[in-house]
Design a protein around this ligand. Structure first.
Ligand SMILES: NC(=O)c1ccc[n+]([C@@H]2O[C@H](COP(=O)([O-])OP(=O)(O)OC[C@H]3O[C@@H](n4cnc5c(N)ncnc54)[C@H](O)[C@@H]3O)[C@@H](O)[C@H]2O)c1
Length: 255
């Protein structure tokens, strides 16, 4: 890694056991960050934390939490701030799930689960973390999606949750700018992670409706390309950027 923009910085990353969260942890550890890595997958995140500490000589800890439970989100942030001796410089909200299916048979349980994990968790985590971020003049990067910027058939719950993440990002950016806290989002298109393919295409879908999802540049993104965007927004080079949504989608949403 050529640049070391996070030396001495304390960063909390959720969803760090896999995919984009793990790639972000790798990127930031390579740039010198001390990391608190939080995930539902306790064993997975512990392995990532241990591996990165050894590889980069930074301080890391894995911590278990369930983004679908308010109390767990708030306790996790409290624990992270304590482990960091009260100083939190950046928060990357990356944990999330995918679920899709025809709207007419999409059950309320699935809708609620999507909102709890992909949207409500950010209400709890961001609210709990903001006092520390105000003290450090820190920043938040929320993981949105191109799905929050366009209509996608069979994907209403996910699209609504990610559109909510974008609205929360912009609203908090306005509310907390005067307190010195930046809040941004990254909106990836398709990324090669375990999430992609984790939920099979529903039976009987009209593939024609999904055509426009394909990136115009031709290929899905790698997780480390998204991590590079998160790292940029979270570092001081982006000190004049707040309320932005960095779209990394190969042109999927361009037209
Ligand atoms: N992969 C894509 O194509 C894509 C595109 C746009 C946005 N995203 C977003 O990027 C983020 C990361 O996705 P990914 O592709 O890396 O997926 P992934 O499945 O590889 O990783 C998601 C991580 O979140 C964790 N997680 C899931 N539910 C959780 C819960 N209830 N509590 C705590 N942790 C939980 C998982 O254990 C896992 O480590 C998500 O918010 C996703 O919506 C992904």
């Amino acid at each position: 890694m050529s640049c070391k923009r996070f030396v001495g910085k304390n960063v909390l990353i959720t969803g760090a056991a896999s995919g984009i969260g793990k790639a972000t942890a790798e990127r930031l550890a390579g740039e010198g960050a001390n990391l608190l890595l939080a995930d539902l997958n306790e064993d997975g995140v512990a392995v990532v934390a241990e591996t990165l500490a050894k590889a980069h000589g930074v301080t890391t800890r894995g911590i278990a939490f369930d983004a679908g439970q308010a109390a767990s989100c708030r306790q996790m942030v409290g624990g992270a701030v304590e482990i960091f001796d009260g100083r939190l410089d950046a928060l990357c909200n990356i944990a999330g799930i995918m679920d899709w299916g025809p709207f007419d048979t999409f059950g309320e349980e699935r809708w609620d689960r999507m909102m709890r994990i992909n949207l409500n968790s950010l209400f709890h985590i961001n609210q709990a973390a903001l006092p520390s971020l105000i003290e450090s003049k820190g920043n938040i990067v929320n993981m949105a999606s191109a799905s929050g910027l366009m209509g996608i058939a069979y994907t209403t719950a996910y699209c609504v949750a990610k559109a909510g993440v974008i609205a929360m990002t912009k609203s908090l950016a306005v509310e907390f700018a005067a307190k010195g806290v930046r809040i941004n989002a990254v909106a990836p298109g398709g990324v090669k992670t375990p999430m992609n393919g984790s939920v099979p295409l529903p039976d009987g879908v009209d593939m024609g409706l999904l055509q426009r999802l394909w990136p115009k540049l031709g290929d899905l993104c790698e997780a480390d390309e998204i991590a590079a965007g998160v790292a940029y927004l979270a570092c001081n080079e982006a000190r004049n950027i707040t309320g932005t949504v960095l779209v990394i989608d190969g042109g999927q949403t361009a037209g």
